[in-house]
Design a binder for this molecule. Structure first.
Ligand code: AHR
Length: 491
């Protein structure tokens, strides 16, 4: 057992934690949308207008705040007008990014906004800059948000939606350095400026426009964006970073069968998020000291080799306790950078990469990652507070800090979330709290052996349980088992 001290100063409020830090992403990829979220109105699986009821309920339970759609790489090949009107006559397309399967466009703009309304979350659209036109994107905004008589508003009404929707988050392109057009940053910045000019604020709707940002440690991309864009052009710049256990994109490693060394290299790789955010923020701080432009980590999570026997273009992978620890480490990092990071979206919500939910026909399981979002949900909308961990080092091959931690205050309660990243040793954690009268502590835990997972034979192997944390003289103490994620709510 290793001793760890955490110091929290609840009077030192560092930033508001935007609920959107707990956001998600659904792409037209594999079984995320079709045969995942969307089963169609005639499906025997319970649904509302084709959208699976059990998935909506699961999303509501974790207070899913924002959903990004329709891609990903899919976004820069997507033409929104193909996805409106009579379903039978919608134009089909080839999903050339993801397995060359036929996309029938039966899930389009109306279905996506219906999903967001059912969940009660903000929609976040990724617009097509790579293969679309300025007019096409401008008309999408008009179609969705214009309240009055106009060609696009009339088309929306003819398709059954009288009142406009609210649309806040609008991404203009995705990974335009790669699948979104292989652009150089200087060229993209100019294109972005042109596109965003024609995306208007109609009828009281205010767009929060987001520019494509860097891939992982491409600091030059961020520098060029910040030099060429200001807060009138953009409110956010995205960052994509995936955790690949082996660091080798040709042989990423298995989601469920991995050695101790691979476990630690995964956690070490995921903790790189701290350095990436810090260094991109340093660049942003030079151009935008007042933090008018946010960093939007709109793709993150673990990316493994696909499950054996599944379509390689569908990116289906299982999800273990290792992923739960990864999720907790990243969410703690986002909380502690909430002054600059204003949204983050795990890739992806259902059946793709590090999912919240896996489905097989009518069956659905919640992954260990899902349960971490459940444990962390009370951070949403809170104020992050100073939290310092006097850490110990653990690991095999890769050395990592043993405990990850963050804290926030909301409605007179202090939420502290911790992960013990060691798979061998307990962490004996003492949390000293300043600036907050700690009277009682309620704790919950997600823990198991690091390969443990939920599947269709046993969907309840890894679930949150009540956990004992004690309070003595305002100090909270708990012994965290190896490979565990804990939330403590202090009141
Ligand atoms: O999430 C899968 C893919 O990863 C997305 O489509 C793309 O943006 C990224 O490369």
């Amino acid at each position: 057992m290793k001793k760890i001290s955490v110091e929290i100063n609840a009077a030192d409020r560092t930033a508001k934690i935007n609920p959107e830090l707990y956001g998600h992403f659904a792409e037209h990829l594999g079984r995320c949308v079709y045969n995942g979220i969307y089963v169609g109105e005639n499906s025997p699986i319970p649904n509302v207008r084709g959208i699976r009821t059990d998935i909506v309920e699961a999303f509501k339970k974790i207070k899913l705040p924002v959903l990004r759609w329709p891609g990903g790489c899919f976004a820069d090949g997507y033409h929104w007008k193909d996805g409106i009107g009579e379903k039978a006559s919608r134009k089909k397309m080839l999903n050339f990014n993801w397995g060359d399967v036929m996309e029938d466009n039966s899930f389009g703009t109306h279905e996506f906004f219906d999903l967001c309304e059912q969940v009660g979350c903000e929609p976040y659209l990724a617009g097509n800059l790579g293969s679309g036109t300025v007019q096409e994107l401008a008309e999408w905004v008009e179609y969705i948000t214009f309240d009055g008589v106009s060609p696009m508003a009339d088309l929306r009404k003819a398709n059954g939606r009288e009142k406009p929707w609210k649309l806040k988050y609008l991404g203009i392109g995705n990974e335009n350095w790669g699948c979104g057009g292989s652009m150089r940053p200087e060229y993209y910045a100019d294109e972005y400026r042109r596109y965003q000019t024609f995306c208007r604020n109609f009828s009281g709707n205010e767009l929060f426009k987001i520019a494509c940002g860097p891939n992982a440690d491409d600091y030059y991309w961020t520098e060029v964006m910040m030099k060429n864009l200001n807060e009138w052009h953009t409110r956010g710049i995205s960052l994509h970073y995936y955790t690949v256990p082996t660091g080798d994109w040709n042989k990423k490693g298995s989601a469920r069968y991995f050695s101790d060394e691979e476990y630690y290299s995964t956690i070490s790789g995921t903790l790189r998020m701290e350095e990436l955010i810090t260094r991109h923020s340093e660049i942003m701080n030079r151009y935008d000291p007042q933090h008018k432009i946010g960093l939007i980590v709109d793709e993150w999570g673990c990316w493994y080799d696909v499950e054996e026997g599944t379509n390689p273009g569908f990116l289906y992978q299982q999800n273990t306790m290792r992923d739960a620890v990864v999720a907790a480490c990243n969410l703690n990092i986002f909380n502690s950078h909430a002054d600059r990071v204003v949204m983050a979206n795990l890739a992806q919500a259902v059946n793709v990469l590090q999912s919240l939910v896996l489905t097989d026909g009518k069956n659905m399981v919640l992954t260990p990652t899902y349960h971490v979002f459940d444990l962390f949900k009370s951070h949403q909308g809170g104020e992050a507070v100073y939290c310092y961990t006097e850490n110990q080092t653990v690991g095999k091959g890769a050395e990592i800090p043993m405990v990850s931690c963050s804290a926030s205050v909301k409605d007179g309660k202090l939420t502290v979330t911790l992960a013990n990243c060691s798979i061998e040793e307990e962490a004996d954690v003492d949390i000293s709290i300043l600036g907050f009268a700690a009277g009682s502590a309620e704790a919950r835990i997600v823990t198991d052996e690091c390969h443990a997972l939920n599947d269709f034979d046993n969907g309840e192997k890894v679930v949150p349980k009540d956990f004992a944390a004690s309070i003595n003289n305002g100090k909270v103490s708990a012994v965290l088992p190896p490979c565990s994620v804990v939330s403590v709510i202090v009141s």
